[in-house]
Design a protein around this ligand. Structure first.
Ligand code: ATP
Length: 235
């Protein structure tokens, strides 16, 4: 039977050494959905993505991806199932050119976009093919990071603050990219500080506070929940 949820996270707890950071994260993502994790700095959003991806040594609870349990799997095995993680630092090779970055995706599954496909999606990158990663603008780096992820063939994307530090026009471009991916059937979990951006791309929002998910707000109910959201986010 098809999975009702692409991802189901239940009582996910995680530790950095002796520090207990996640105290029981619960949320679901339906196939084809875009959801955000919102919350203040230090709430545990990045740690949640890292724990799902198997990048935190000590984690307990359950993370089911298409009905398969991930909690005990290493990151490599999780990537092979078709989940890709784009860290806040973007994870591109700064000493390599754009073209070399596009030819070195981390794991390839059938169905990954070709070099030509991603260059059609991100025309700016085509003009920068021979440029070194360090020479790119923040926006170009983010596009390259997403392009690399699309090369892998993953259809489930974990994106950590893709709009951080980017100019408004680039933020809009990334928003259009995510809308295109959603139309193509990708499922996306996004950590966001940019609340307006989150509202423009997501179906639902989970609020993370002190290592727990404390609320869920459908995007259609954002306007009636602005007061609550401002209180959660301290904005
Ligand atoms: P931010 O937007 O600041 O990244 P966040 O909600 O993503 O916020 P996390 O990065 O998940 O928060 O951090 C949650 C907590 O874990 C914070 O208290 C942070 O100090 C702590 N933490 C993060 N990384 C480490 C680490 N490598 N070792 C120890 N503690 C860490």
């Amino acid at each position: 039977a098809p999975a009702a949820h692409a991802l189901a996270v239940r009582d996910l707890q995680a530790w950095y050494d002796e520090s207990h950071i996640l105290h029981g994260i619960n949320f679901d993502v339906a196939p084809g959905e875009v959801v955000t994790l919102l919350g203040r700095n230090g709430a545990g959003k990045t740690t949640t993505l890292r724990a799902i991806m198997g990048l935190i040594g000590k984690r307990t609870g359950s993370v089911q991806f298409e009905n398969r349990e991930l909690i005990a799997l290493p990151a490599r095995a999780i990537a092979k199932l078709g989940i890709a993680f784009c860290p806040e630092e973007r994870g591109i090779f700064s000493s390599l050119s754009v073209d070399e970055n596009l030819m070195l995706p981390p794991v390839i599954k059938p169905g990954g976009l070709s070099r030509e496909d991603v260059l059609t999606m991100f025309p700016n990158l085509r003009e920068r093919l021979s440029s070194q990663g360090t020479k790119l603008s923040g926006g170009e780096q983010q596009m390259l990071a997403i392009a690399r992820i699309l090369r892998t063939g993953a259809k489930f994307l974990l994106l950590d603050e893709p709009t951080e530090g980017l100019a408004p026009v680039i933020v809009q471009q990334i928003g259009r990219t995510l809308a295109t991916l959603k139309n193509q059937g990708f499922t996306i979990v996004l950590v966001e500080q940019n609340f307006h951006f989150a509202a423009s791309v997501a179906d639902r929002h989970y609020v993370v506070e002190q290592g727990r998910v404390i609320d869920m707000i459908p995007n259609t109910e954002i306007q009636t929940n602005l007061g609550k959201l401002h209180a959660y986010l301290g904005v």
